[in-house]
Write a protein of this length. Sequence first.
Length: 139
Amino acid sequence: MSEFTNQEVTSHFITREIDTVAVKGKVDGIKIFELIAAKDECDWASLSYRTDVPAEHAKYPTRVSGLPQAAALQPHLPAFDVALNNYRSQKFDEAIAGFSEIVAAVDDPVSKVLIGRCHEFKEDPPEANWDGIYRRKSK
């Protein structure tokens, strides 16, 4: 989801920033966030953009405690932020090490993608004043 949507939901949901991307031909990037799960203490009734209050669905949990992968990932979110900052600072070896620890712990697909990007940038480095925005070379 976009950074704008993220601002609206962080009071009730656990999210993580996963990238800043720009579409081909555009200069400005937009931050992209992943919705991990609803916070366990989330009060659905307090959502300003809802008119009805949904009940918890027994078969499809939304709270972090009911989602094993989200619960496993949550303690690694600070380490992910460090690795992402290393990636953006062109410290690709440090970023790879950080993302690799997360993959080893929880098999995180986002970390796997960013490890691949780090290897790509190690082979073909971005310019020295790179802004950290990922720009695909082709559509």
